[in-house]
Unconditional design. Structure first.
Length: 273
């Protein structure tokens, strides 16, 4: 009788062990740029090796990723639009914002630069693109890149909502799709440098504007507030955040390169980022 009980308990433990291991995962709502650039493909195996925690990424535009967090459908959000992140916190949906890394945006266009915008001044470039009605592809998806693009049009003194014409096309898709569309149409497009460096289907496209301080692109990470959504795996999610901002995580971010070029620059220790 005792032997039977022991065997039954052993069988239950064997069945429970894989289930427990399977439950050791978090959902991270993040941007298409962290996915499309290959950064997650590089980072997440390192994190899992250290902690045993699997990370399932929902790659969306920043606005959509924050909405996923608002619904409690993610444990962590990892995005790049500081004003939108601060609003998320103010609404009580996030616990604390941690700066993680930065790179920059670049204006991509045909190598022969038909609008003649090549240089370092993004505002002047956008004014010229609008004036010449040169084809421009916008993500139009409330992503961090889209939010940055709209702010740059505003900086250029252009109300793009009222002044856009047939030359300005919103696609409502991610960075990879926007670059593919621009490649096919030989159009201009704002992109994050990380996705551009990992993008294969360049066609005649090249960087035409870079180096303007207004093109700075900061990324932040936040735990979704378990007080709002009790299903949030706060402990596991916080482990992921702690690793990202730790010396090990920051070193891993700095070590991700494509063809010898670093895509992201860690700055978790910058209190103003």
């Amino acid at each position: 009788m005792l032997r039977r009980v022991f065997l039954l308990m052993f069988a239950v433990l064997l069945l429970a062990a894989p289930a427990a291991a399977q439950d050791k995962f978090i959902v991270v709502a993040s941007t298409t740029s962290t996915q499309d650039s290959g950064l997650f493909g590089y980072l997440l195996p390192l994190f899992k090796m250290k902690t045993g925690i699997d990370v399932r990424v929902v790659a969306q535009g920043t606005g959509q990723a924050l909405d996923t967090g608002r619904r409690g459908d993610a444990d962590v959000v990892f995005v790049h639009a500081k004003s939108a992140e601060e609003k998320f916190l103010a609404e009580g949906f996030g616990v604390k914002r941690h700066p993680v890394m930065y790179n920059d945006f670049v204006l991509i266009g045909p190598q022969n630069d038909p609008a003649g915008v090549k240089g370092k001044d993004i505002v002047a470039a956008l004014r010229t693109i609008k004036q010449k009605a040169a084809p421009f592809i916008s993500r139009g998806d409330r992503s961090g890149t889209h939010i940055a693009e709209l702010k740059l049009w505003q900086d250029a003194g252009i109300d793009i909502g009222k002044e856009k014409g047939p030359w300005y096309k919103e696609i409502g898709q991610g960075m990879g799709a926007a670059l593919n569309t621009a490649s096919a149409a030989e159009a201009y497009v704002l992109a994050d440098r990380g996705t551009w460096l990992s993008f294969k289907n360049r066609g005649v496209l090249a960087i035409v504007v870079e180096g303007d301080k207004r093109l700075f692109n900061q990324y932040g990470v936040m735990l979704v507030n378990p007080a709002e959504h009790p299903n949030v795996k706060a402990d596991l999610g916080q482990q992921f955040i702690d690793w990202l901002v730790s010396p090990d995580g920051q070193k891993a971010i700095a070590g991700y390169k494509i063809n010898g070029q670093q895509l992201f620059y860690p700055n978790a220790d910058d209190p103003y980022a």
